[in-house]
Design a protein around this ligand. Sequence first.
Ligand code: EPU
Length: 424
Amino acid sequence: MEKLIVSGGASLKGVVQIGGSKNSCLPILAASLLTPEKCVVRNVPDLMDTRVMCKILRWLGVHVSHDRKAGVIEMRAENPLGVAPYELVRQMRASVCLLGPLLGRLHNCKVSLPGGCVIGNRPIDQHIKGLSRLGAEMKVENGYVHARCDELVGTDVFMGGRFGSTVTGTANILMAAVRARGTTIIDCAACEPEIADLANFLIKMGAKITGAGGPTIEVQGVEELHGADHAVIPDRIEAGTFMVAAAVTGGDVEIKGACAPHLNAVRDKLEEAGVTVTRTNGTIRVWGGAKCRPLEITTMPYPGFPTDMQAQMCALMAITPGISVVTEKIYPNRFMHLSEMARLGADVALESNTAIIKGVNRLSGAPVMASDLRASAGLVLAALVADGETDIKRIYHIDRGYEHIDQKLRELGAVIERVDDQED
Ligand code: EPU
């Protein structure tokens, strides 16, 4: 296993290029199962999760060629299998996105339940409810979701759950509804830009969809879909992470290739904290020179403040004078990073789904353990401002979602090294 060794104290300066969105890419790759024709997906980030999705698609019989350097994946699903086994699905929760397209294409499929997740309970009841509404017979047995139907029939589907709408659930219903007979109205749909991106890909394949990106999506089912060529949107969470990296290190970073409107909630909170953020010609520039002010942050579905940026903001608040309050409304238990940040000297307390962070003057390097993707990003940011050396173990989590993060940070002046972890 590998670890990162970070020597804190450098103020980040320069330009960073943002890659394609992981969470757009994964359902879009799955959507290629809906047609026997060739699909080409571009701007694919070179991540563990995209490689796992390719592996699963190959297992299903899809011909996949992946040019990792160019960020291009070509797929042809002439005769896909309908079974996605546990050994593959357990490697990545997003493989639940196979359910919708496999059901839409084959009318019969079996996908393993994804299993546990360190960020908290992640049920798929809304996915199951939505696909049942479209006429599928859904059964959960022996750790698998079995879905079958003679045909899918369009209807209204309400996607709001206890914690708001579900993103991959909305993606699944969308990918099934495009092959249903008649009209489907998805109400309380997730509004995340990744859903709009998936819909744009499906539209290129011949689907008839309106309203994606908003709370009500209308889908007119079609008899068949064809091949398509699509470049995925930039990764808003990668961009947001570099915005906070600039702020936390008191740096000056130009973030290129991001979609600025997707980052309004992050920008708003950084500005409220006293960070300067400007947008010009596709570049977001973040100066973190001034002393920050504490914040109250509540995570919410898009366009609210993203849960995937919560750990990174905790790192910033850990060294911001005053008391910050961070409430997690999407995954109430997504606070594994706090105890590791405390090892670096952060003054944090957790009450239910709310973190109370008392800003300290300095953090100091220590060995810490990454527990999940965004928690790892938060730890890297905290390590960048900690005095001395921080060892971050189990960084395979960060490689699931950030393309060459250590290299990109090094190019901005961070002192960060990736080494084999002999002790793990
Ligand atoms: N939920 C239910 N029932 C369901 C589905 C979800 O109760 O059937 C709950 C979840 O437990 C959670 C909330 O609804 O409390 C929202 O979950 P959602 O389904 O929207 O999450 P997801 O689709 O599984 C995606 C991203 C996550 C991101 C969340 C929230 C992908 C592949 N994953 O997950 O990304 O945190 O939306 O924005 O798109 C990450 O990239 O690190 C990551 C975890």
